[in-house]
Design a protein around this ligand. Structure first.
Ligand SMILES: Nc1ncnc2c1ncn2[C@@H]1O[C@H](COP(=O)(O)OP(=O)(O)OP(=O)(O)O)[C@@H](O)[C@H]1O
Ligand SMILES: [Mg+2]
Length: 470
């Protein structure tokens, strides 16, 4: 991203005045500051020039004939609503300059001109204009990133999710997005906001699991100066920051019952009261929330308020595990390879058949996030233009891959030995998943504790490094 203040110098300025001498003096002065300057002798000429090439800032006299400064301002803003127009005015017309501020002029300077005042006013106008432009660029990047096209999936379950996301984006209903970690909940929340009628308003995200009860109200609703020790200035809470836009409450399932009650009140009443303030503030926010917990079971267990659950869960979007939509693994892997492979030296743009087989047979406990990380890493490690098996982490080979059934047309087998290997592999996996806890491991394998212990002994299984059997 270009630093707006660095690119300031290459900006173009249009000076408009029917007084030739004044025009020249101003132009020379601004050129000396490093700007590109053009001149026009009146409003008509200014508008003509502007139509051919936009200027960042226009410095225009008010009193000109036949098209005066105020009319020029009005018509310039029709061409570019964000153009910064600085009006020059004689003392006698200051009043009309002041009223022009309401019509969108950036500022005015009074004649006779003071050089420093001109420089400072122009510089400030440029900064504002460049920051605005940078802001637009950032928004565009965000919008592209969260465009529906960047949410990948061709499985029927993801198609259902997409259809729902499109529908809820058009509405202002509160949406609860649930699904295991790494399935794309945050991505979906962003896509909903950036494709909603509120996309031009803020999206404010807050991680509920990271706020202690004692700070909850101040984080959510803000506080006034002096409300508590340490509140040296007043501060807006996330509700107010998101006013008119969207509030994304991430990890909502981790909110304590105390905080749930406070949140519910704010949502029900549509107003909040900053800590220490006697006055309530109206807020209008759309709430998206996400959780990797089964919120319904949390309600049944009494850990999540039912009334709050219904407020947040007007529409529920449930994201499926990657392991349950295997047809998405390939398209996602290529999607990430396009992103990371292009950055890698030499451009990696293929995934070998064997590498893809491995990706397809893995269980993906870390879901899409894990797949993304693995492809990013593989794009760095790959030697040629394609990702090979050795560019993928060992974990994909050892965990979760089913030992391939031997092909008897190639070679005969020892049935007992093949079965033994199969068992050893599963027992090792279970031990490592359960951190060496035999009871848990035996549950994973569907046998009782005694059976598992005796097989460990019979097969002489060595406990993996770092684990102790308990
Ligand atoms: N369908 C998808 N298409 C493209 N990228 C995806 C998809 N799903 C997830 N991702 C990517 O995977 C990563 C993890 O997604 P995200 O952070 O949204 O997951 P999450 O469900 O919020 O996880 P957690 O519960 O751990 O916070 C992100 O980089 C996201 O862009
Ligand atoms: Mg998340």
């Amino acid at each position: 991203m270009v630093n707006p203040l660095e690119s300031e110098r290459s900006c173009s300025i249009l000076v408009v005045d029917d007084d030739e001498m004044l025009r020249e003096i101003l132009a020379v002065m601004l050129e000396a500051e490093g700007y590109q300057v053009e001149m026009a002798s009146g409003g008509e000429e200014a508008l003509e020039l502007f139509e051919h090439r936009p200027f960042e800032v226009v410095v225009s006299d008010i009193q000109m004939t036949p098209v005066g400064g105020l009319e020029t301002l009005r018509r310039l803003r029709l061409l570019d609503p964000e153009v910064a127009v600085i009006l020059m005015t004689a003392f006698s017309t200051v009043e009309s300059a002041v009223s022009a501020l309401r019509d969108g002029a950036y500022d005015y300077i009074v004649k006779p001109l003071d050089d420093d005042e001109v420089r400072v006013t122009v510089r400030n106008a440029l900064r504002q204009r460049l920051l605005w432009r940078e802001n637009q660029q950032l928004r565009r990047v965000l919008r592209d990133r969260f465009d529906f096209d960047n949410i990948i999936g061709k499985s029927p379950s993801m198609h259902r999710v997409f259809a729902l996301v499109r529908k809820v984006s058009r509405s202002l209903a509160n949406v609860l997005i649930s699904g295991p970690s790494g399935t794309g909940k945050e991505l979906i929340a962003n896509a909903i906001h950036f494709n909603s009628p509120r996309s031009h308003h803020p999206l404010v995200a807050i991680n509920c699991s990271a706020i202690p009860d004692s700070l909850f109200e101040s984080e959510m609703f803000g506080h006034v100066k002096g409300a508590f020790t340490g509140a040296v200035t007043s501060s807006k809470g996330v509700f107010e920051q998101a006013n008119g836009g969207t509030l994304f409450l991430d990890e909502i399932g981790d909110l304590s019952l105390f905080c749930q009650a406070k949140l519910l009140r704010a949502i029900q009443q549509g107003e909040i009261r900053p800590v220490g303030s006697p006055k309530a503030v109206d807020v209008d926010v759309r709430i998206l929330s996400a959780t990797n917990k089964e919120l319904e079971s949390e309600v049944l267990a009494g850990r999540f308020r039912e009334d709050l659950y219904y407020r947040l869960n007007v529409v529920n979007i449930q994201l499926p595990r990657l392991a349950h939509r295997r047809e998405d693994i390939g398209v996602l892997a290529y999607h990430f390879l396009e992103r990371y492979g292009a950055q890698a030296e030499g451009r990696v743009h293929r995934i070998s058949r064997d590498a893809m087989k491995l990706l397809l047979s893995y269980r993906w406990p870390g879901d899409v996030r894990q797949l993304e990380n693995i492809i990013e890493r593989a794009a760095i490690l790959a030697e040629g233009d394609s990702v090979e098996v050795e560019d993928l982490p060992d974990l994909l080979r050892t965990q979760g891959t089913r030992p391939r059934t031997p092909d008897l047309s190639q070679t005969p087998v020892q049935l007992d030995e093949v079965v033994r290997q199969y068992e050893v592999d599963l027992i090792l996996q279970a031990l490592s998943r359960s951190n060496g806890n035999i009871s848990k491991a035996s549950e994973l394998l569907g046998v009782n504790r005694r059976t598992l212990s005796s097989r460990i002994q019979r097969y002489g299984i060595e406990v993996p490094a770092g684990l102790t059997i308990v």
